[in-house]
Design a protein around this ligand. Structure first.
Ligand SMILES: Cc1cc2nc3c(=O)[nH]c(=O)nc-3n(C[C@H](O)[C@H](O)[C@H](O)COP(=O)(O)OP(=O)(O)OC[C@H]3O[C@@H](n4cnc5c(N)ncnc54)[C@H](O)[C@@H]3O)c2cc1C
Length: 419
């Protein structure tokens, strides 16, 4: 077995991993390596050929591939080691990593620090409990995206989409442009899961109907998908009798949510937040295992790649400071709590003396609300007060709390107040 020693090992070459590796290198770390199981760097962005990426960071509407390419060029220029077609299969708490690839076989790495940037995975049919046979033609939206945009295949002629998240909406437009007839988008919730701009640009512009409070209840066909049955659902998301309708189709596209990819993290004993389904992280995006950091969709699913890159940079800086002995590792954390209108908050805890200018807090709300205030309090004192015209579950709320407004002791409670 080949043995490698490395200062910073980044697992995953998507936007989070690229940004993390670059930042660690820029902060003076000598040996940085990205390990990626795919044939190229860029992660999911390589199959996102539509535009809308990088508006915040570059002030331009780039495609996913263009956004990734800007980072890949910098990774090359900074002489960061890259191992492609290499899958990490195990991580031990002492930062020993086992990986494998076809050319070298098994690899054993001893790492100074590790940055987890494995992204997320899509929920499948079995996770949403749809009855019926198991024919071909039932695919997740990301798989359809990969087939069409990278492999050059059309996986069907008539499609039904289940779930109105952004990936499903974007694929509704993409499939229509490629000549697949999209019968409709079905969403079990009362409101859509995706961003308003995607509903407008991907469904309304192409006359694709969306059916809210409706779901797929049965899959038909033996070898190949022949059709699905849809039904309206009540407040408990149970099908309402008398509303069942059969739709002939040869492609069912599942866009039913993303889950942080944390098999490796959980196995090595990292504390996982049941709300985010990713590691509990601190102000430097360090996990509960000392010297192991996490960034991007592995932590929680972000809607903007710009935020993913920022978390990569925070983790990269944290990893560099850790190696240089500049990271305060006091385990007396100050916590960030949230009230019940906020579904999740990242980071979950922090140490004030590791902050540079501010603490960035990412939050997802439970329901759409107009004219609200994001309110942060600490020891009965206000540390953040910000007005927002609208907040909704698909859009991550991002707020910076100035370091000077944060007390040395006590926790922060984040709340949403209606204006
Ligand atoms: C299917 C899908 C489609 C998406 N489409 C859009 C879109 O159209 N628009 C949009 O704004 N956002 C989209 N997103 C959101 C997008 O994921 C994020 O904006 C961003 O790409 C997340 O970056 P990341 O680096 O955290 O993860 P990713 O981009 O997912 O990168 C993670 C990388 O880690 C690698 N990896 C995982 N496990 C291992 C391992 N054990 N060993 C080695 N390598 C490993 C993976 O191969 C992958 O390259 C999509 C997400 C998914 C899952």
């Amino acid at each position: 077995m080949k043995h490698i020693t490395i200062d910073v090992l980044v697992i995953g070459g998507g936007p989070a991993g690229l940004a993390a590796a670059l930042e660690a290198k820029k902060q003076g770390v000598q040996e940085v390596m990205i390990m990626e199981r795919d044939v190229e760097l860029g992660g999911i962005l390589q199959q996102c050929i539509h535009d809308g990426f990088g508006l915040h960071r570059f002030g331009k509407r780039l495609s996913g591939c263009e956004y990734a390419e800007r980072f890949i060029q910098q990774v090359k220029a900074h002489h960061i080691h890259v191992k492609l077609k290499t899958t990490v299969i195990d991580i031990l708490k002492d930062k020993t990593v086992f990986a494998m690839n076809a050319e070298e076989g098994m690899l054993k790495l001893q790492c100074g620090t590790i940055i987890l940037a494995m992204g997320c995975r899509e929920r499948t049919r079995s996770q949403v409990f749809i009855w019926g046979t198991r024919p071909s033609g039932v695919l997740t939206a990301g798989t359809v995206q990969r087939y069409i945009n990278i492999e050059g295949y059309l996986p069907g002629k008539k499609a039904v989409i289940l779930g109105s998240g952004d990936i499903g909406l974007i694929m509704a437009r993409r499939m229509t442009l490629e000549g697949i007839s999209v019968e409709g988008v079905y969403e079990i919730m009362k409101s859509p899961g995706g961003l308003k701009r995607n509903i407008s640009q991907c469904l309304i512009d192409y006359d694709i109907p969306m059916h809210l409070s409706t779901t797929v209840v049965h899959i038909h066909g033996n070898n190949k998908l022949e059709g699905v049955t849809v039904a309206a659902v009540d407040d408990k998301r149970q099908p309402i009798e008398g509303t069942r309708r059969y739709i002939p189709c040869d492609l069912l596209v599942l866009a039913v949510g993303l889950i942080p990819e944390n098999e490796l993290s959980a196995k090595m004993g990292i504390e996982i937040d049941p709300k985010t389904k990713g590691p509990v992280v601190d102000e430097s995006f360090m996990t509960s295992v000392e010297g192991v950091f996490a960034a991007g969709n592995v932590v929680t699913v972000y809607d903007l790649v710009d935020d993913v890159s920022i978390t990569g940079e925070i983790a990269g800086r944290g990893a560099a400071k850790y190696l240089q002995g500049k990271l305060n590792q006091d385990t007396h954390y100050q916590m960030i709590h949230s009230t019940n209108l906020i579904n999740l908050v990242v980071p979950q805890r922090f140490r004030k003396n590791n902050l540079e200018n501010h603490l960035t807090v990412y939050m997802r709300v439970r329901e759409e609300m107009k004219k609200v205030y994001i309110h942060g309090t600490m020891n009965d004192r206000v540390c953040l007060h910000k007005k927002l015209n609208i907040v909704s579950p698909p859009e991550m709320v991002v707020s910076n709390i100035k370091k000077e407004d944060i007390s040395d002791k006590g926790d922060i409670t984040m709340a949403i107040e209606r204006g």
